[in-house]
Design a protein around this ligand. Structure first.
Ligand code: TYC
Length: 109
């Protein structure tokens, strides 16, 4: 009975359904969420953003902020597409609301 061919519901004998044998295991595409450096956003604000939206502790958040400050760009986290997109929107909305030019982007891993 597991030859992958099953009859359909109406069972009139002229159609069949091919069923899957192997379990389908697919890795999701992952995206880095990055902060970009600028000359105006206060360091304290960036630390707060990393704590609030990326659930880092104070020390990790400070490390991320300083990395961005010194290297121009830095990773806050890695997420599936929809989660990454939501993070970017949340950070950009929050920065805009506080009138800071902070930029947040995502890139495929
Ligand atoms: N360069 C900013 C300053 O000197 C601090 C900063 C860090 C801004 C990280 C943005 O993503 C950023 N105030």
């Amino acid at each position: 009975m597991s030859n992958g061919i099953g009859s359909d519901d109406s069972d009139d004998g002229d159609t069949a359904t091919i069923t899957r044998t192997k379990p389908k295991v697919k890795r999701p595409n992952l995206y880095r969420v990055l902060l970009l450096n600028d000359d105006y956003t206060p360091m304290e604000f960036v630390i707060h953003v990393v704590e609030r939206f990326f659930h880092k502790g104070r020390e990790d958040a400070t490390r991320v902020m300083l990395h961005v400050h010194h290297h121009g760009v830095g990773e806050c986290g890695v997420y599936t597409y929809e989660v990454a997109e939501t993070k970017v929107t949340q950070v950009m909305d929050f920065a805009r609301k506080h009138q800071h030019p902070l930029q947040c982007v995502m890139e495929k891993k």
